[in-house]
Ligand binder design. Structure first.
Ligand code: ATP
Ligand code: MG
Length: 454
């Protein structure tokens, strides 16, 4: 980021009088005082557990050239302090200014499941012929998005950023910060219902990113979700992609699962088709591939070039990674879970298993508010329908799931050892085992336990 203290003062219109502000270059913007180095600006953010105002002095001691506050701190009298009404909004405002100042084109990715996956895939594809900046890991909210943008050098051609929302007003806040040249919505599902309400509201909230597009901006939308497509079409004229409709402008589907756990996918742009191998055999990743193909092609890349780049993509960890050990396939999808990604993962694992026994190792789906009970009863129904050889369950929603499994074996587990004993008792010689649950369930513990024993 190349901004001066003077620009910071002007943009935030905070009350301040910092000597030498005109020429002082800001090195980085920080919200964690432990990361502050000489030349940084420190924004004091009031979080649930900590109030950044308590660390303003520490930031100055560490070399910050200014601190941005929303509370009067008498001990900082005479120090380089910028007072604003709301430090989170001020951070967003600064990022929006930086975004307008830089020449980069912003591509915003949102959806209910797979944002990080699509962001990483697209950033990798575009990086074949362009300079690309992306948000670090999962930094996708009102703090993470601006911090990620402010980390860019401004020399890049593209910024590929995921936007994550959990409340109705969130997309409006992120939209004005991002002002995308292209926005991609690749799916919707019952995620963050606690804050967003019902599925129609999820569709409206996700599609609302298209309201914040630059006038010449491109709207890319998955056609496979009717509510989403309708909401998007009410705002703009989206370019469609699909993993179900071969006639959509952009299309992808899984053709074959390969023995090493990777998948052969078809990607299609208009009449042109190519096969690519991706490091996952999840058929639901076809919509991610269709989104990436559509976005990159719309930005001017040839399909052959897109396929070449996709072939070397590395997916982020714990996103439907298939590990084969002889006749056993372990699917590590432990990064997160909501009803959309849970259903797709279970169905896909069932397809992969074919005649082999399927074992599910599942954890709670969290942040569903009033819908949590129903969602876990639905999961029980799904298990009854899919008929796995056994399901191991970790979490407090065990009883809701158990109420619907219709006699299918459901074993509560709290620790990996209990799970290992349980799976040993099944006496299987081969199986497909899916590990999935919300982030805080840390289902990777179960995956690692079995992966190291096999
Ligand atoms: P978060 O809301 O935590 O930021 P995200 O939307 O960024 O999540 P990822 O982190 O990419 O999503 O993946 C979360 C989970 O969703 C993983 O288990 C992954 O395998 C799964 N997933 C990825 N793509 C899809 C998809 N198209 N449909 C359903 N599930 C998906
Ligand atoms: Mg993410």
């Amino acid at each position: 980021m190349k901004l001066t203290l003077c620009e910071l003062e002007e943009q935030l219109m905070g009350s301040s009088d910092i000597p030498c502000a005109v020429d002082t270059a800001i090195a980085s913007v920080r919200i964690d005082s432990r990361l502050v180095s000489k030349g940084d600006v420190f924004f004091c953010i009031e979080g649930n557990n900590f109030d950044g105002h308590n660390f303003a002095q520490a930031a100055l001691d560490a070399g910050a050239v200014a601190v941005v506050v929303s509370q009067f701190l008498p001990e900082l009298d005479g120090k380089p302090v910028i007072m604003v009404r709301d430090t989170v909004q001020a951070l967003g405002k600064l990022a929006a200014y930086w975004r307008q100042k830089s020449n980069a084109r912003m591509i915003a990715v949102t959806g209910s499941a797979g944002k990080t996956t699509v962001k990483e895939m697209l950033a990798h594809v575009l990086a074949g012929s362009h300079t690309v900046h992306k948000n670090f890991m999962n930094l996708n909210n009102q703090l993470g998005l601006p911090l990620s943008m402010l980390e860019a050098s401004g020399e890049e051609t593209y910024w590929v950023m995921e936007l994550g929302i959990s409340l109705p007003g969130d997309m409006a806040e992120l939209g004005v910060i991002a002002m995308p040249d292209m926005a991609i919505v690749h799916n919707i599902g019952p995620a963050h219902l606690e804050g967003l309400g019902d599925m129609e509201k999820v569709a409206a909230a996700k599609a609302s990113i298209f309201k914040y597009l630059h006038p010449q901006g491109k709207a890319m939308c998955c056609k496979d979700y009717e509510l989403l497509w309708n909401a998007a079409s009410g705002i703009t004229d989206p370019i469609g992609f699909s993993s179900q409709d071969e006639n959509a402008p952009y299309y992808s589907t899984l053709l074959e699962t390969l023995p090493d756990g990777s998948g052969k996918f078809l990607i299609k742009a208009g009449d042109e088709t190519i096969e690519v191998i991706l490091p996952t055999c999840g058929s639901h990743f076809a919509e991610n591939a269709a989104a990436v193909t559509g976005a990159a092609h719309t930005l001017g890349m040839e399909l052959t070039e897109i396929a070449e780049r996709l072939a070397t993509v590395k997916l982020p960890r714990q996103r439907f990674h298939c590990h084969t050990h002889g006749k056993w396939t372990l699917i590590d999808d432990s990064y997160n879970a909501n009803p959309l990604s849970m259903n797709k993962a279970i169905e896909t694992a069932k397809d992969i298993a074919g005649e082999r026994p399927l074992i599910l190792v599942l954890g709670d789906m969290l942040e569903l508010g009033d819908e949590a009970g129903c969602a876990h009863c639905d999961l029980g129904d799904k298990i009854a329908d899919i008929k796995p050889a056994a399901t191991f369950y970790h979490g407090r929603h065990y009883s809701e799931v158990a109420s619907k499994t219709n006699g299918s074996t459901l074993v509560p587990v709290n620790k990996p050892d209990e799970f290992l004993n349980g799976i040993h008792e099944l006496g299987l010689s081969d199986a497909v085992v899916l590990f999935k649950g919300s982030r805080s369930c840390r289902m990777e513990k179960y995956f690692h336990a079995l992966n190291s024993k096999i």
